[in-house]
Design a protein around this ligand. Structure first.
Ligand code: AOF
Ligand code: ZN
Length: 362
């Protein structure tokens, strides 16, 4: 199953809205016959790749697969049938498929064919690989990761509205790797105006730029902003309010690789309705979203409990009192009401410390 997980991870950030799945065919004497992984939605599933490579050597063998084999005809035929037809004797499954079209039916089909099935092997590791798929298939919304690079005193910059480096080179490379694993990156227009970021994966070998999303209710973005002029296959999607300037909306919408989408305001009437933004992205097949700030965006995602995972890169320096804090518009009154992370990991990242934790339990 570890080998199958290694296969599955090769697809991270490339398979949405489908899962990342790995499969390994093994003979009785523990010889690995073949491996396969799911590469892209609409193409053959992991099991099919592994079975095709195995050919007649699948007869009487065990297949290890990180996700229960599907049992329905989607864009591809059911893998449960392919597994049975190949003469597989035993199926070892990492996790049950949360897709309502499958959800245990693949396993019961195989058992009915007289095939031995063992499920739940390295289940947590298998779930970790597919957190975006699980969130998306069960809620229609993407898995949201809040990411920030900050000082020891929780500052994103030294002076408000002026970009300033906090974290080191290793953290920046790690962030580019993280972007490469996500379907979309979201920032507020304040960040675009202050930092003029590219939001690319340029520090990653063979990186793929995710969709860039900007929340800009009154379309303050400059048509010269870098993210609107990148030589990249990924596009930029701007969410604005229904009353945003029509001429500006039309002008931006005509730019190459730029789309503008209006979305209703939230109940305060001041910000865009984040739930609708997430639903819209989910409908586009975006399963994972990296929220990169700034302070208002982080504050509003946290206050609405829309964050699934937090990744904070903390630099060993003080940002000082004139800088932008990590959060804005999100007062916390006491310890009991403070959002508290679970499943916490601490990792050194060059001179910085990466703090990672979740707001969900699996
Ligand atoms: C994949 N790759 O390796 C496995 C999947 O439209 P289809 O036919 O590609 O079916 C997609 C569903 O199949 C997906 O939502 C998941 O429930 C199941 N398993 N999908 O793309 C795979 N094993
Ligand atoms: Zn399948």
């Amino acid at each position: 199953m570890r080998l199958a997980l290694h296969q599955a991870r090769k697809g991270i950030g490339r398979t949405s809205p489908n899962p990342c799945v790995g499969a390994v065919v093994v003979q009785d004497d523990d010889t690995v016959v073949s491996r396969g992984y799911h590469k892209k939605a609409g193409t053959p599933h992991a099991e099919v790749h592994a079975l095709r490579k195995a050919g007649s050597r699948a007869e009487g063998a065990t297949i290890y697969v990180t996700l229960e084999p599907c049992n329905h005809t989607g864009r591809t035929p059911p893998c449960s049938h392919a597994v049975a037809a190949a003469g597989i004797k035993r199926v070892v499954v990492g996790m049950v498929d949360p897709n309502p079209l499958v959800s245990g039916s693949g396993i019961s089909y195989l058992r009915k064919q007289g095939i031995e099935v063992l499920s739940g092997v390295l289940e947590n590791e298998c779930k970790e690989v597919n957190l975006p798929f699980v969130k998306h298939i069960t809620t229609g919304k993407p898995f949201v990761v809040m990411k920030a690079g900050m000082s020891l005193d929780g500052k994103l910059s030294y002076q408000k509205g002026v970009p300033g480096k906090m974290t080191g080179a290793k953290s920046r490379r790690t962030v580019h790797g993280l972007r490469n694993s996500m379907d979309a990156i979201l920032v507020g227009v304040g960040t675009v105006i202050a930092d003029n970021p590219s939001l690319t994966t340029r520090l990653v070998k063979c990186g793929r730029d995710p969709l860039r999303v900007v929340l800009d209710s009154s379309l303050r973005i400059s048509s010269q902003a870098k993210i609107l002029h990148l030589d990249s296959s990924a596009s930029t999607l701007i969410f604005c309010s229904p009353v945003a300037d029509r001429d500006k909306k039309e002008l931006l919408g005509k730019m190459d690789g730029v789309n503008v989408q209006s979305v209703a305001l939230d109940e305060t009437g001041r910000g865009l309705d984040m739930n609708r933004v997430l639903d819209h992205l989910g409908k586009m097949g975006i399963c994972s979203l990296l929220v990169e700030g700034g302070a208002e965006i982080h504050g509003s995602f946290l206050s609405k409990s829309l964050v699934d995972r937090v990744m904070l890169f903390v630099a060993p320096l003080f940002g000082g009192s004139s800088g932008t804090p990590l959060l804005s518009g999100f007062p916390v009154s006491d310890n009991t009401s403070a959002p508290r992370l679970q499943n916490i990991h601490y990792k050194k990242c060059g001179e910085d410390v990466l703090v990672r934790g979740d707001f969900f339990t699996t």
